[in-house]
Design a protein around this ligand. Structure first.
Ligand code: GLA
Length: 391
């Protein structure tokens, strides 16, 4: 019986999502006629694929490359739906890869702190690795002390996603992939059909869209866990990066990094990034570094500016817009020089920052936080846009 329901669910999901799964023709765009003076030498938008190796159980993994007209280049693999690299120009037009990670699939198959990964079914922590939904207690893997972190032992970052779409037109290049997380996987209720789409636009944005549907009431919180260094990956620490967060409040945490439930003002504290401040200016006052969820002033639900980061030596600027109500500022506190990444670079403490758009940690156990519950018939959507420029 259970198997039949499951098969039906898979069939419905396939019927809904799969037409368009194959490499489909890009939507037509009208050729633009520009006055001659405006015509610049540009390369076409492109979306390509190549083999990226095999998992331990012999599954083929692919590497997708999206390139835009200004040369920005994002490489994504369907192993963990990981953003492998992101090359963006500095103030002189010189490209550098601004995300930490590995040159080859091997690095991602070993233990690593979620470099570039798509994190789910629940990004960030769930206290005591349990929650109650409709009167039923669900027990999850305790993979961070007594707590549950980033989806458990084998989260969405460690599964092979199914390729759905790969194309480029005059405006954007995209890759879309899907994953069906089975009922009870890592302890979560419900078969969850998810997609993640990476889109590189001609306006120097990398958009990440998530969608999910369930056949049983469940909880969902998806994010991308890229480690950024706008001066170039592996070049040093990020303490000189200037950060602005559109957040007047944050969620204080206990020793296990679980929110206490309080929503506290950042005013007159080292947590305040409402005006541009270097990440390092007060980091010594926050213990091991920042690892906190900020409550965005937008309240979530509409695409709004959440964060802006400026790196003075390169002039690179990254803006993050999201429809999520929260963002985790994590300053690479657990990087300790034991991992060697792309180009042989050694990743030391504070060599990168993460800005993970999300619902608040431990929301399944915090009735006052914005809800993370997804019901059958509802569609979970999440959008985050990284916009690059220089100054
Ligand atoms: C998140 C968490 C951190 C840490 C990293 C991965 O950002 O908030 O505490 O677990 O992931 O190392």
């Amino acid at each position: 019986m259970k198997t039949r329901i499951w098969i039906n669910f898979v069939l419905v999901v396939m019927a809904v999502c799969m037409p368009g799964c194959k490499k489909k023709a890009p939507p037509p765009t009208e050729p633009e006629i520009k006055p001659e003076a405006e015509v610049k030498e540009t390369r076409p938008m492109s979306a390509n694929e190549e083999p990226f190796g095999q998992t331990a159980d012999g599954r083929e993994v692919t590497l997708y490359t999206l390139t835009n007209t200004n040369g920005l280049r994002a490489r994504i693999t369907n192993y963990g739906a990981i953003l492998v690299s992101l090359e963006v120009p500095d103030q002189d037009g010189k490209l550098a890869d601004i995300t930490l990670g590995f040159d080859a699939l091997d690095g991602y198959l070993k233990v690593h702190p979620y470099f570039g990964a798509t994190v789910g079914r629940y990004a960030n922590r769930i206290g005591k690795a349990r929650f109650v939904l409709d009167g039923v207690e669900y027990k999850l893997a305790a993979n961070d002390g007594e707590n549950h972190l980033h989806g458990g032992i084998k989260g969405f970052d460690k599964v092979v996603w199914r390729p759905e779409d790969l194309w480029a037109n005059d405006d954007e290049a995209l890759v879309k992939m899907s994953y069906i997380s089975e009922d009870d996987e890592e302890g979560y209720p419900g078969n969850l059909a998810c997609t993640v789409t990476y889109t590189l636009t001609k306006d120097d944005e990398l958009k990440i869209n998530y969608e999910a549907e369930t056949d049983k009431t469940t909880v969902v919180n998806l994010t991308n866990h890229s480690y950024f260094n706008l001066a170039g990956q592996g070049t040093g620490d990020i303490l000189g990066h200037e950060l602005t967060l559109n957040a007047d409040k944050y969620t204080p945490v206990d020793e296990g990094l679980i929110p206490t439930g309080e929503i506290r003002s950042v005013k007159d504290s080292p947590m305040d990034f409402t005006l541009p401040m270097s990440i390092g200016s007060r980091i010594k006052e926050v213990g091991n570094g920042y690892d906190h969820n900020y409550v965005l002033n937008s309240g979530g639900g509409t695409l709004a500016l959440a964060a802006k980061v400026y790196e003075p030596t390169s002039g690179r600027v990254m803006e993050i817009h999201t429809i999520e109500p929260g963002i985790q500022l994590y300053t690479g506190n657990f990087l300790d020089g034991t991992l060697t990444g792309k180009g042989g670079k050694v990743y030391k403490k504070h060599y990168a920052f993460c800005l993970e758009t999300q619902h608040f940690p431990d929301s399944p156990n915090k009735p006052d936080f914005p809800s993370v519950v997804l019901q059958p018939g509802q569609k979970y959507t999440s959008v985050t846009v990284h916009k690059f420029s220089t100054r």
